[in-house]
Design a protein around this ligand. Structure first.
Ligand SMILES: Nc1ncnc2c1ncn2[C@@H]1O[C@H](COP(=O)(O)OP(=O)(O)OP(=O)(O)O)[C@@H](O)[C@H]1O
Length: 294
């Protein structure tokens, strides 16, 4: 493993010594859960009766076809969109009743794309991640500086720390935005396609980072498209046409039947050393275009 993105432990105590969701009302329920969530954009239904639970210290990968509602579900679980029916529960408390301040300390959400603060330097962007932890005067303490340094190290962006965001490549920028989310030191991390711009080396490093985050008790929910990466998650869930159509351990959930049903016949699942490996393609003739199921 290279010198960064390693599962180094976070400096200092994991969380400030303050009341947090779950401490009083429902001890032991260490999860962020969507319960029977139904959501529509201006009357257009996107999520229908969706229930999904992200537990502490696990990596849950959310997959499914384009437009299936994954990003919308992530936004609902982050408290950025309010469901028309159902609710999101953070460690036993309805998320809607958790103050935005506490929410910011407990949950971090990384969207699929900008807008990005292009003119800020990398370090300034990562420091923004500490905003929910700063007091009324906005003064940074040693814990904030340590968290920023730790987050930059974990994501291998320290070397760019003085450069404006606008000068970075897509993959470098993606790592900076991930660092900003990490700097908040949340209990739950919601990442929308975090590997989309990463090369293979940084995808591998990202997997190591996730393993370290889980060891520190952080629950991570990632939206992603590649089942071969998602296979390394603790659990996977598939969302299609606004419904969870399968979830479970990757070895059991990623099946030929399911993937053909969701993506069509050109997606093949082969068992390799007991793991489902997904490959794409059929005949080389190119004569037949893949058809998705109706
Ligand atoms: N702000 C919005 N207003 C209206 N419709 C929206 C809005 N955002 C998303 N949608 C629609 O909601 C549906 C679900 O979108 P969403 O982004 O949640 O899907 P997704 O599963 O994340 O897709 P992808 O894999 O392509 O990123 C799509 O049909 C999309 O066009």
């Amino acid at each position: 493993m290279s010198n960064a993105l390693r599962p180094a432990s976070y400096p200092g105590p994991p969380f400030p010594n303050e009341e947090r969701p779950g401490q009083r009302e429902a001890p032991g329920i260490a999860s962020l859960a969507a319960e029977n969530v139904t959501f529509a954009y201006a009357g257009k239904p996107v999520l229908q009766e969706v229930s999904l639970e992200l537990r502490r210290a696990e990596w849950l990968a959310l997959l499914g076809p384009n437009g299936g509602g994954k990003s919308t579900l992530l936004r609902v679980m982050a408290g950025l969109l309010s469901p028309q029916r159902g609710r999101v529960v953070l460690e036993g408390r309805p998320l809607a009743k958790v103050s935005s301040w506490l929410r910011g300390q407990t949950l971090a959400f990384l969207p699929q794309s900008g807008p990005y603060p292009e003119e800020l330097t990398v370090e300034e962007v990562v420091r923004l991640g500490r905003t929910p932890h700063l007091g009324l005067l906005g003064r940074e303490g040693q814990a904030d500086q340590e968290a920023v340094g730790w987050a930059m190290e974990q994501t291998q962006v320290r070397e760019f720390r003085s450069r404006p965001l606008s000068t970075l490549s897509g993959g470098e920028r993606a790592r900076v935005m991930l660092a900003r989310s990490l700097a908040a030191k949340p209990k739950y991390l919601l990442l929308d396609e975090p590997t989309a711009h990463l090369d293979l080396h940084h995808q591998a490093e990202f997997l190591c980072l996730l393993s370290g985050l889980r060891q520190q008790g952080i629950g991570v929910l990632t939206v992603m498209h590649d089942p071969n990466l998602a296979r390394q998650a603790d659990r996977v869930a598939f969302l299609a046409e606004g419904r969870i159509v399968a979830q479970g351990e990757p070895q059991e959930a990623i099946t030929q039947e399911l993937l053909s049903h969701i993506y069509g016949p050109m997606v093949r699942v082969h068992p390799v050393e007991g793991q489902p490996v997904v490959i794409l393609g059929g005949s080389n003739s190119g004569a037949q275009r893949p058809r998705r199921p109706d």
